[in-house]
Write a protein that binds this ligand. Sequence first.
Ligand code: ROI
Length: 158
Amino acid sequence: MPLVFVALGANLEQPKQQLDSACQALSALAQPGTLRVSPYYRSAPMGEVEQPDYVNAVASFQTELAPLTLLDELQRIELEQGRQRLVRWGPRTLDLDLLLYGDEIINTPRLTVPHYGMKQRAFVLVPLADLAPDLQLPCQTRLAALITQSMRNELIPL
Ligand code: ROI
């Protein structure tokens, strides 16, 4: 059964509680006993829109659900927790992104796995490394190398 990784993010309406509720909802999608959740991190908002800091984390679990069924369930949980897409790159009560689905590479109009933005985002990579420090992506890149690169991108060489 595939091991999947899901990124969680929230910056409205008690973000920590949003993540707690989302983890409860995720446990219903997971094979019993397989759900793991990283520590929660506060992170500055990425993007141009002025908005509150985020709380971010990553969860992993094994599931019998097929990728698109899992995506449907993640979107249902987002909606049940009041998600409204008001502004692109704007604040949200809950964002659930399917990062990895086993070793699969998926490129369909609805779903791209590995998730398109994960490789540059420290708020995804660091909690992912908490759960799976030795992880290698389906494209053979090591997670540790991506973390080094994302730190490098913060520094301007003189
Ligand atoms: N910024 C942070 N720090 N965390 C997020 O989860 C997050 N999610 C987003 C955008 C608006 C890109 N910025 C974010 O969707």
